[in-house]
Design a binder for this molecule. Structure first.
Ligand SMILES: Nc1nc2c(ncn2[C@@H]2O[C@H](COP(=O)(O)OP(=O)(O)OP(=O)(O)O)[C@@H](O)[C@H]2O)c(=O)[nH]1
Ligand SMILES: [Mg+2]
Length: 362
């Protein structure tokens, strides 16, 4: 799973990327305008994994991971001219979700590409570029489909073309009213059909308001952005980057001094993960405590397959205990005595935080 960090030039994307990934990419007061993409994997912080590690004392502890892509600044106007193009479009389009960074702090030493700081305007401007980019793709495809459908007499009838036409026509209507695709409801088959297009406004989006060192932590102070599959958080980019570059011990002291429970980044990573429709289940033991990633709604066989295809192929049953029950019991054996360990079949829908032991036979 990949998350693309997008935003206007100089909106502090790389600063936040460095904080997220403990990288040291160059940040600058003046945007270089370079078309480049940085990429790194990030562990999804999870206090449950920490607790399970304390109980099982495993050799290894493995967190869920997602990839972040730091995409070069997108200028107002990039959505025109046939949509985003080249490397930038690629980096954004192949991302499964967006982290849209919006600058909301004043700093006379850091020029703003639009000449002034205005988070609501900037957010709307880039969203508009994404809408335009999607709209152009939709229009081009509709033209092709219209052409094909008008020749029905010549070619055998293709009902799927008509279904696709109707779907894209509905999307076109929405985009023309400046409604992002993520606000529309789709059937499963429609969703499948849409996947290939990689529409930008269909991607789940987390809006990160970059509030500077002293800005408020309440997103409502900056924006009233309200759409499906999206959320808004505030982030102290420079501060978070500093914390990320400290040793874990120093970071703890730093957080304590500022009265912060946990870095704001951790919350941001978790929100991104949830917006992607992902959830974690765990496997536990002396060798390893590990978080695995499956889509919300996945069944036990799909969960088994996330671990290894053999486990899905030879699936017999899953032993399941909820995280809460295991913590209360203190060990698997105690949980078993309490009757909290269940045997579930193939169609069991995995719940976030389930601890699974797959029984299989290959
Ligand atoms: N005052 C202040 N400056 C910040 C903060 N976060 C980042 N900056 C500065 O803002 C400038 C731009 O940050 P970058 O992270 O390079 O921005 P960017 O969006 O990656 O820029 P491009 O990739 O060129 O589009 C740098 O000089 C950063 O040091 C912050 O929280 N407060
Ligand atoms: Mg940058």
């Amino acid at each position: 799973m990949q998350i693309g960090i997008v935003g206007l030039p100089n909106s502090t994307k790389t600063t936040i990327y460095n904080a997220l990934t403990h990288s040291q990419e160059q940040t600058a007061a003046t945007s270089s305008g370079k078309v480049e993409v940085h990429t790194a994997m990030v562990e999804v912080p999870d206090l449950r994994v920490d607790r399970l590690s304390e109980i099982f004392q495993p050799q290894e502890t493995t967190y869920a991971r997602v990839q972040y892509n730091d995409v070069a600044g997108l200028r107002v106007g990039v959505g025109q001219d046939g949509g985003l193009s080249g490397q930038l479009l690629n980096a954004v389009a192949k991302s499964d979700a967006l982290l849209h960074v919006v600058r909301a702090f004043e700093d006379e030493h850091i020029p703003h590409p639009e000449g002034s700081v205005d988070a609501i305007r900037d957010l709307a401007d880039l969203e508009f570029e994404f809408l335009i980019s999607d709209l152009q793709i939709v229009e081009r495809r509709l033209e092709r489909l219209e052409h094909d459908l008008s020749r029905k007499g010549i070619y055998p009838e293709r009902p799927s073309d008509q279904a696709e036409f109707d779907l894209l026509d509905r999307i076109k209507d929405a985009l023309e009213k400046e409604v992002p695709i993520r606000d529309l409801d789709f059937s499963l088959s429609e969703e499948k059909r849409l996947r290939g297009y990689q529409f930008l406004t269909a991607k789940p989006a987390l809006i990160a308001i970059s509030v500077g060192d002293t800005g408020s932590d309440d997103p409502g102070d900056y924006s009233n952005y309200q759409h499906n599959h999206s959320d808004v958080v505030c982030i102290h980019g420079a501060l978070e980057m500093e914390i990320a570059q400290l040793s874990p011990e120093d970071a703890e002291i730093f957080l304590e001094e500022y009265g912060i429970n946990e870095p704001g980044l951790n919350r941001m990573i978790r929100l991104n993960y949830e917006l992607l429709g992902l959830q974690s289940f765990f496997t536990v033991g002396e060798d390893e405590v590990r978080a695995w990633t499956v889509p919300q709604g996945a069944n036990a066989v799909e969960a088994a397959g996330a671990i290894h295809s053999d486990l899905a192929r030879g699936f017999i049953r899953a032993e399941v205990v909820s995280y809460q029950d295991l913590i209360e019991a203190g060990s698997i054996n105690e949980a078993r005595k309490m009757g909290a360990v269940r045997l579930e079949g193939k169609n069991y829908i995995v719940q976030d935080g389930d601890i699974l032991n797959i029984r299989f036979n290959v």
